[in-house]
Design a protein around this ligand. Sequence first.
Ligand SMILES: *Cc1c(COP(=O)(O)O)cnc(C)c1O
Length: 243
Amino acid sequence: MDTIIQNLKHVQQRIDEACKAAGRDPKEVKLLLATKTVSPERIQQALAAGYTLIAENKVQELKEKYEALKTTPHTNHFIGHLQTNKIKEILRYEVSCVESLDRYDLAEKLHQKLSQAGREMDVFIQVNTSGEESKFGVAPEAALELTRQVAQLPTLHIRGLMTIGLFSAEEDKVRKCFQLLKRIQQEIIALNLPDVQPQELSMGMSGDLEIAIAEGATIVRVGTAIFGQRIYPDSYYWNEQKA
Ligand SMILES: *Cc1c(COP(=O)(O)O)cnc(C)c1O
């Protein structure tokens, strides 16, 4: 029961120390709880500790936990591969930001549904900075073009970029992924597109959040270091058929 609270304290300490080392204010870095496979009861413990930004990878899990979490104030982001036939549910279950927008056909369909509902949504562009086949995300060289296209859709507001760093013990290689995302952010800002303010950099997880913070992360997405090991390997979430 208390482990989650202790883990949260420990992760917050890691964030604070990384910020200090980078000369940054810890208030600039939000801790997002990556809650895949975690039960609503355990998510509630983290919410009660004041961490209210949570994210699922699968619409099915979002749906299953919705009732149980509905009355506890929190913000839902979505960080998984989103199939276009699941967009309705993303709206129904009150996701406020899709961080994993990685292709135009998804943006277009999201825009259609939002228009019909008279709603708008924040989105992040997910970039595949590691170049690994197995990971979703737009290729770095196509990120600016996708951003230009999405910027034309009035219901979608680009507020940031998201990436999953390379899984590697070689810090330099991991760091390069985060530096690349930062560089793309700067390039997008320089385009000066209307209503495109990608100030959020969602990067860094349990194993590499210090590196991400050093490179400018404003959101770190942490699962394992808070909730413990998952029974499913991440390949279950990341290597599924590309739709
Ligand atoms: C699972 C997941 C995380 C958190 O990973 P941990 O290593 O458990 O901290 C972050 N981002 C995405 C997209 C994830 O799927």
